[in-house]
Design a protein around this ligand. Structure first.
Ligand SMILES: C[S@@+](CC[C@H](N)C(=O)[O-])C[C@H]1O[C@@H](n2cnc3c(N)ncnc32)[C@H](O)[C@@H]1O
Length: 421
């Protein structure tokens, strides 16, 4: 899914003007008067009553409407607040000496600037399919000084294709050499910023395949919701991401969707629930291997998994400042026992959202049919409605498995085994 086409058509008009002004040197850098005037006109047009595409969130920062106007690019709580509270703080980026961050679906760059505000020694790869959201960031006044670093990176990105006719469909030119799309912010290293920002304007499924393996410490996964746009929530895409993570590397997503968490478990991530910001459910935090900087709460006790390895009895640490929770019992049961737990698939990383959703619906029907084949499961005793799975009114044996399992991975595997035995 993309930002709303009514908004992107207007922004395209301004990109054309911007490129022309770069050519004529009326705009030379992010502080040029020409850009300030262009920005004011763009924001006025997008916020006008007639267009109404740019929305002010509760913290005063802006977000865009998406193609489905019911879904904004950020929650009402605040675009910048989300970047700080859902991504930068839970990533514990400030604890790290240096780190490689993948800002997936970088849009206006809120998550990247939030991470930079906590730690200047980051290398950030920003991947975004819509050049319009990148341009919009150049025109916004976001009250965080690290926004300037993002603006400079985005400015250079547009500077790089000022000789390309914007009317051509440059977004779909996926064969172009990746180096042409990336911008090294060497100038930044002269100042307090020690890292490197690179901008990639293409489908994340294409870009990620070209990235090195075992490279990222943190992935800020900020795609639109999986129910509407599952392309970046499929088993195959998340598996590719797993390969790109270092050991101990983490993926953070605001989404707590069951098929998304189910896919993460299937691949082998260690999946936890983080804080909740402006929603009932917590964010999803998934690790390749064990967490290095985070503490895990379990049954009211905080357990540091590294400690657990050394001494099984040392698991009654009463520190309540833990950042990760085991996912809820209901979620574990839904992932293991319900067709809701069937994840999305995109085998060749090229399907549309509609195809992915359609194929999952077929798999959900197959799951139900498998369980109801006579003789497959003698008394069909494990076929439960979602309501019963949620309320826990299911066979005692299954509940016991859940109660006795040490963690979600063990629990989900054992429940699945019991269901299909
Ligand atoms: C929820 S918004 C993310 C907001 C963003 N993090 C920010 O700070 O503004 C989702 C973004 O994902 C982008 N997107 C959608 N599909 C994509 C894909 N396949 N690859 C890369 N970006 C994609 C959209 O254009 C949109 O900007």
């Amino acid at each position: 899914m993309l930002p709303n086409s009514k908004a992107t058509e207007i922004i395209d008009k301004y990109i054309r003007k911007f490129l022309e002004m770069l050519r004529t040197q009326e705009i030379k850098d992010i502080h040029s008067n020409g850009l300030l005037e262009l920005s004011k006109n763009l924001i006025d047009e997008l916020t006008s009553n007639e267009i109404d595409m740019l929305v002010k969130t509760d913290d005063g920062t802006y977000t865009l409407k998406s193609e489905d106007t019911d879904e904004l690019m950020h929650s009402r709580v605040g675009a910048l607040t989300e970047g700080i509270e859902k991504f930068a703080i839970p990533s514990m980026v400030e604890m790290r000496d240096s780190c490689n961050i993948l800002d997936l679906c970088s849009g206006m760059g809120y998550n990247a600037m939030a991470c930079l505000s906590k730690n200047k020694n980051c290398n950030i790869d920003m991947v975004e399919i819509s050049k319009e959201t990148l341009f919009l960031s150049l025109c916004l006044d976001i009250p965080l000084k690290e926004h300037e670093l993002i603006k400079e990176a985005y400015f250079e990105f547009f500077n790089n294709f000022n000789d390309i006719d914007i009317d051509k469909d440059i977004d779909k030119d996926i064969d172009k050499d990746i180096d042409k799309d990336m911008v090294k912010k060497e100038s930044n290293s002269k100042r307090e910023f020690n890292g490197n920002i690179q901008v990639f304007n293409d489908d994340a499924r294409v870009i990620l395949q070209k990235m090195p393996n075992n490279y990222y410490d943190i992935v800020c996964h900020d795609a639109f919701s999986p129910a509407r746009d599952p392309v970046l929530y499929t088993v195959e895409f998340l598996d590719l991401m797993y390969k790109k993570l270092k050991d101990g590397g983490m993926v953070i997503s605001y989404s707590s969707s069951i098929p998304f968490r189910s896919a993460l478990f299937e691949i082998g991530y260690n999946v936890y629930e983080g804080v909740s910001v402006g929603r009932k459910r917590g964010i999803t935090i998934a690790f390749k291997g064990k967490p290095i900087y985070h503490t895990i709460c379990n049954n009211d006790n905080a357990i540091n998994e590294n400690k657990l390895d050394k001494n099984e009895n040392d698991n009654h640490n009463t520190n309540n400042n833990c950042e990760l929770q085991r996912i809820s019992e209901v979620d574990e049961r839904l992932i293991a026992l319900s067709p809701i737990g069937i994840p999305y698939h995109d085998e060749k990383l090229d399907k549309t959202s509609e195809e992915i959703i359609f194929n999952r619906d077929i798999m959900r029907d197959e799951f139900k049919n498998n369980l109801s084949i006579e003789g497959y499961n003698e008394h069909n005793s494990y076929i439960y409605s979602t309501k019963r799975i949620k309320s826990g009114k299911i066979d005692e044996k299954l509940l016991k498995i859940q109660k006795n399992s040490k963690n979600s991975v063990e629990c989900i595997n054992l429940l699945k085994k019991e269901l299909f035995k």
